[in-house]
Design a protein around this ligand. Structure first.
Ligand code: M6P
Ligand code: ZN
Length: 186
């Protein structure tokens, strides 16, 4: 049998994994995701980077694992905090683990029926994403929110329904506080 080789990598202080595949998501890559369309068009003139992902991925085989860091920048569209697109897994029963490294934020999770959970995250927080739950991370602070995710190599991403309707809750700032409010579009 031909064995794959083990390795170790060090995540640097900015959340970068050396040698990993880099993905950049700008605001223009997220049309339709934020509630306040006017604020979206306004900020689009600057088209800021919303987040970057450094992924170390294996072939999509049962039993193997991928891992990735995400650097989610601070910012808001209107009163809604910057977030990652969010997804179900293409193989919906695949779970995932997140480990917060830097900054402040949280995870929005949602079942296919629209039941929502919010899990606050700070450095050291481990979040268990159970099978079947869609997941999106949100930066509620004013510095980059950086975390590591570990997920089955065959999990895949299913963006479909989240892209259309979003999550049932929006994470917003109101009077200087972080609040979860109903998504009027849901
Ligand atoms: C984490 C993992 C990745 C995911 C990334 C960005 O690093 O869950 O699989 O791609 O976050 O999230 P999204 O794909 O929803 O934009
Ligand atoms: Zn995932």
């Amino acid at each position: 049998m031909e064995y794959k080789r083990p390795f170790g990598v060090r995540i640097d202080e900015n959340g970068v994994i050396p040698g990993a595949k880099k993905l950049v998501r700008r605001l223009s890559d997220m049309r339709g995701y934020f509630y306040d369309e006017k604020a979206y068009e306004e900020l689009l003139k600057e088209d800021p980077v919303v987040y970057e992902v450094y992924a170390v991925e294996q072939e999509e085989k049962d039993g193997d694992l991928n891992f990735a860091t995400t650097i989610l920048y601070p910012g808001k569209v209107g009163k809604e905090f910057f977030f990652t697109k969010g997804h179900f897994h293409a193989k919906a029963d695949r779970a995932e683990i997140y480990y917060a490294l830097k900054g402040k934020g949280g995870m929005l999770l949602q079942t296919p029926e629209g039941e929502v959970e919010w899990v606050p995250m700070e450095p050291g927080t481990v979040v268990y994403v159970p099978p079947y739950w869609a997941h999106r991370t949100v930066n509620t602070g004013d510095e980059p929110f950086i975390f590591l995710a570990i997920y089955p190599a065959d999990a895949g991403h299913d963006y479909g329904s989240i892209k259309e309707k979003g999550f049932a809750k929006l994470v917003v700032e109101e009077n200087g506080e972080v609040k979860l409010i109903d998504n009027p579009r849901w």
